[in-house]
Design a protein around this ligand. Structure first.
Ligand code: B1M
Length: 209
């Protein structure tokens, strides 16, 4: 099994103690950071399928998520880029009621690497907290909302609305597994991205528009 395949298997099986060392070994072997990341994303997708099939439960999902986060920490310097341009501040978080943060963290990392200052609000962020952060932080250009649960999508819509209604003029970008471009347009978001890399591209596009 290649090192990248081993990384995938370790995330799938929640090997939190070994993952950092193995990711480093995979990098040292010359594997692309993007490929290693993709193997971990694929592993999480398998974890989700096993959860849906009642083969594993929340604790196992949680431990795989921990393993992935530890692996991403090792990859971070190799993924984020080193843009020197100052594009303004991006307030980012996962919408109210939703505790998933791996995708959000990847998006934050890519935005930071592409020249945004990041204010990371964490998970379970209410519409009001997003709005206050957009008002109170310096030079906020983008609010980025992540959502993984269909049950909390109304909170994403509410957040887009409260920010639009505030007249602050900041752009809102949304994403996460259940989000589509159609849904983003329907709730009035300025942009949608399907993954962390395209979120950075879209955010840059919006501030330069
Ligand atoms: Co949960 N969970 N989970 N979970 N979990 C999902 C999302 C689920 C699809 C699993 C399943 O049933 N197959 C399902 C949601 C079903 C639905 O709503 N349609 C689900 C469920 C049901 C739940 C609970 C309700 C389970 C329960 O308690 N019975 C519960 C909810 C808790 C809550 O949030 N209130 C729950 C809990 C958890 C854990 C805490 C155990 C853990 C999260 C830990 C953590 O995040 N720190 C967890 C995990 C790990 C998952 C899966 C397995 C993996 C998610 C992940 O990290 N993927 C997930 C199954 C799946 O996604 N297939 C699942 C890797 C990550 C890189 O991908 O986050 O999609 P993702 O991010 C992507 C893109 O979506 C995009 O970029 C990233 C890639 O570059 N993206 C953006 C994300 N945000 C973006 C923002 C953007 C642009 C792009 O612009 C701003």
């Amino acid at each position: 099994m290649s090192k990248v395949q081993q990384v995938r298997s370790m995330v799938e099986n929640g090997k939190t103690k070994l993952i950092a060392g193995l990711v480093q070994e995979a990098l040292d072997e010359g594997n692309d950071a993007e490929d290693i990341l993709q193997s971990m994303i694929d592993a999480m997708s398998v974890v989700g399928d096993k959860f849906s099939a009642d083969e594993i439960f929340v604790p196992e999902m949680l431990i795989s998520a921990k393993a992935m986060s530890l692996g991403v920490d090792v990859l971070k310097p190799h993924l984020a880029g080193d843009s020197a341009s100052a594009l303004g501040t991006c307030v980012i978080g996962t919408v109210e009621g939703d505790l998933h943060d791996i995708g959000k963290n990847l998006v934050a990392m890519m935005l930071e690497g592409n020249g945004f200052d990041i204010v990371d609000m964490g998970v379970d962020v209410s519409p009001e907290k997003f709005l206050n952060a957009a008002k109170e932080n310096n030079n906020v250009k983008i609010v980025a909302l992540s959502g993984l649960l269909t049950t909390t999508l109304p909170k994403m819509e509410e957040t887009v609305k409260i920010i639009k209604d505030s007249g602050l003029g900041v752009k809102v970008i949304v994403g996460g597994a259940p989000i589509t471009a159609e849904y983003a347009a329907e709730i009035g978001a300025n942009g949608f991205a399907k993954d962390a890399g395209s979120a950075a591209v879209k955010a840059k596009e919006l501030v330069n528009a």
